[in-house]
Design a binder for this molecule. Sequence first.
Ligand code: SAH
Length: 212
Amino acid sequence: MIDAQTKMQFLYALRSKGVTDARVLTAMEVVDRAAFVKGIFADRAYEDMPLPISCGQTISQPSVVGIMTQALDVQPRHKVLEVGTGSGYQAAILAQLARRVYTVDRYRRLVKEAQTIFDAQKISNITAFTADGSHGLQEQAPFDRILLTAAAEDPPGPLLAQLRLGGIMVLPVGQSDAVQSLIRVTRTDNGFEYEELRHVRFVPLLEGIGQD
Ligand code: SAH
C-alpha cells in the first residue's frame, strides 16, 4: 500500500491536469494502480505516465484515464463496455462508478492477468473477455456508456449501434502513428453528436485476436 503523501500528490497532479469530477477522483483514490503494474515499474505507479505491461501494450497515463472517465459521465446504474482491457486499471476505475463493466481485449493473456487482479482486489462487477472489441459485445448490448482505449480510424459502426439512446461513447480517433483526437459521441433522437476533447496518443485498435 502506498503512503498518504504519495496519494495526495497523485490526486493533486490529476486535478492540475483537469480531472476535477469528485466521483472520478474518489475512484482513482480507491483503486491501487500499483496492483495493475508489474515488476520494476510498480514503483512508478503513482507517477503520471504510461507504463509497459504484457504483450507489448501499455497502461495509460493516469491523467488520461481520469479525463476519459470524466468525459464518459458514468452513473451508478450504468452498464459500461470498455474495449482494450490492457492491465485492467481503467476497468477497475469504471467498476467503482458503474453497476457493471464488460471489458474485452484481443490478448488472452492480458484478460487472464487482469482477471487475476480483479479477483485479488475483490472487484466483482467486471466481466472480462478475449474478443475483437471492434465488433462490440452484441449479446450484452445496448450499453449506457462505451469507452475505447485503443485508437480507431473512425468510430466503429457496431459500437455506435450498441450504444443506448442518450448513451455516450468516448474514444481516441486517428492514425496510429500520429496525434489522435479524443472524441465524445452522444447518441440522440436525431442521430450522433460528435465533440472533440483533446489530443491523445494510444496504441491502435487492431483486428482479430492476438497470438498471446
Ligand atoms: N485500458 C488499458 C490500457 C489499454 S492499451 C488499461 O487501463 O491498462 C490498449 C489495449 O487495447 C491493448 O491491451 C490492446 O491489446 C487492446 N486492443 C487493441 N485492439 C483491440 C481490439 N480490436 N479489441 C480488443 N482489444 C484491443
